[in-house]
Design a protein around this ligand. Sequence first.
Ligand code: ACM
Length: 266
Amino acid sequence: MKYRVGVCQFKPIFLKVNENLQKMASLLQGIEADLVVFPELATSGYLFNSIDEVKAVAEDAQTGVTATLFGKLSKQNNCSYVVGFVEKKANKYYNSSMLINPDGNIFVYRKIHLFFEEKFFFQPGNSGFNVFKAKGGVEVGLMICFDWIFPEAARTLALNGAKIIAHSANLVLPWCQQAMITRSLENRIFSITSNRTGLEKNGKKELFFTGQSQILTTKGEIVKRLNEAEETIFVVEIEPDLAADKMITEHNHAFDDRRSGFYKIR
Ligand code: ACM
C-alpha cells in the first residue's frame, strides 16, 4: 500500500495557541496526505518560565481546542495528524502528542524522557511507548524529541509493531537528525521527525531550534530533509509494509538475532 506521509516545520509563537493552530491549518491548505506530523509543543511554543504559563496553554486531549480543530481537519481532509501540545490530565501537565484519525479517534503519547528544564514544568510521561493505528490501519509509534537519545524508545516502538515513528520535536542539540538515521536503520522502520524552527525568547532565556525536519526510510535513507529555517509541509510517498521486513541479510534478522542474554539494561 502506498501511503503519503508529511512533515510540518514552522515557528510557533509562544503562548499563542489560537494563532499557532491557525498557522498549522493554513499550512495544511492544499496538502494531500494520509499522515502529517507536526512539531513538539506546536500549539504553545517551548520555553516556559513558570507553571502559570504552562497552565494557560494546557488542554484536554479529547476536548481541547487542538482536538477540536484537528478532529475537524482530519475528517475533512481524510488524513491522520500527529500534533504536539500541552496536556492537562487530572491536574497534571504533560508534554504530549496526539494522533488524530479521520474516524474521530484520538490517541495520546506523554513524553517519557523530559529534556533539561522541561523537568520543572511537566510530569514525566506515563503512557508507555504504544503503537496506534493511523488512517488505513497503518501502525504508528509516537515519540517526542529527546526520546531519540534513548535507543530503547524507538526499539520498543518497533518491537511493538510500529512501521512508522512519528517523532515530534523541538530540537536544540545538533545530533538528532543524524542519529535518527541509525534509529530507522537498526529498527528497519520509517521515521518522520518534525522539528520546529526559529529563535524563541522568554525573559532572560532564549533557544534556537534547528529545523532540518526529515523523513527516513527503513534503511536510514533521507527521503527529504528541510533546511534550518523554512516553514512548510512536505509530503512523500512510502510503502509502510517495507517496515515488516526485518531481514538485514538473508541470514540476519534485526530482532531475532539479538542476544538479549548478553545485554545490560540496568
Ligand atoms: C527536546 O527534547 N525538546 C530537546
